[in-house]
Ligand binder design. Structure first.
Ligand code: MD3
Ligand code: FE
Length: 214
């Protein structure tokens, strides 16, 4: 269920909280560049299913680009300069990725955002991301910018405690969300994906999250 009274709407932006803004379709002009750059990233650092410290294999497949990449294994969550599968540095952040992230942050009121990490998540039908906080970054003052591509998803936006109620926010191809300030540490997740194939990406959803990790 959507909760429209939560949203302060002006054109293509929806405010979800004091530091959280949805920019509908903001990434659409970048999509061709993003997808061709993504093909290069996937070739160098293929998507894989990582294991959580609790021993569960994530249903979301992930890879990274940028100076730092987010990883998890039995020993914990961390950012690493190298891909644990190859031992090589993660692929460089493509210029189009960095430009989109910085322009979206600026549009949401965060000037000078220069991410050093981009986590790339891949969802297929049935895949979900359970409620969590993003706490592995050094600096919570920087926002996180998230870009949705491909199949639509229902994003779950909670509070500062795991048991707080969650709002459901539909996210479509080209939508960008900027999360910062007071909303930076809110619990969030993604509901199990329905199979509604997308013309460009088929039965996949790709989410790019840009972070200042180091
Ligand atoms: C809200 N990914 O990779 S990005 C993640 O669609 C992650 O793949 C989701 O959560 C996805 O960690 C959602 C949106 C997001 C990212 C960080 C947040 C929402 C956030 C931090 C605070 C509040
Ligand atoms: Fe997250």
């Amino acid at each position: 269920m959507q909760t429209p009274d939560l949203f302060d709407t002006a054109g293509d932006r929806h405010r979800l909280g004091p530091g959280a803004v949805v920019l509908r379709g903001f990434a659409l002009p970048f999509v061709d560049e993003l997808l061709s750059a993504l093909a290069g990233i996937e070739a160098a650092a293929p998507f894989r299913h990582m294991v959580t410290p609790g021993g569960f294999t994530m249903s979301v497949a992930l890879t990274n680009c940028g100076v730092l990449g987010w990883t998890t294994d039995r020993r914990g969550y961390r950012y690493s300069a190298t891909d644990p599968d190859s031992g090589q540095p993660w692929p460089a952040m493509p210029a189009a990725f960095a430009r989109l992230a910085s322009e979206a942050a600026l549009a949401a009121g965060f000037a000078g955002f220069e991410p050093d990490a981009c986590l790339v998540n891949r969802y297929q039908p049935g895949v979900r991301l359970s409620l969590h906080q993003d706490k592995d970054e050094r600096d919570y003052d920087a926002p996180i910018v998230s870009v949705s591509l491909g199949m639509p998803a229902t994003f779950l936006f909670g509070g500062l405690a795991r048991t707080d109620p969650t709002a459901k926010v539909p996210l479509a191809h080209g939508d960008v969300v900027v999360w910062g300030g007071a909303d930076r540490l809110r619990y969030h997740g993604v509901a199990p994906l329905k199979d509604t194939p997308h013309p460009l990406l088929g039965s996949r959803r790709i989410n790019l999250t840009f972070r200042k990790a180091g």
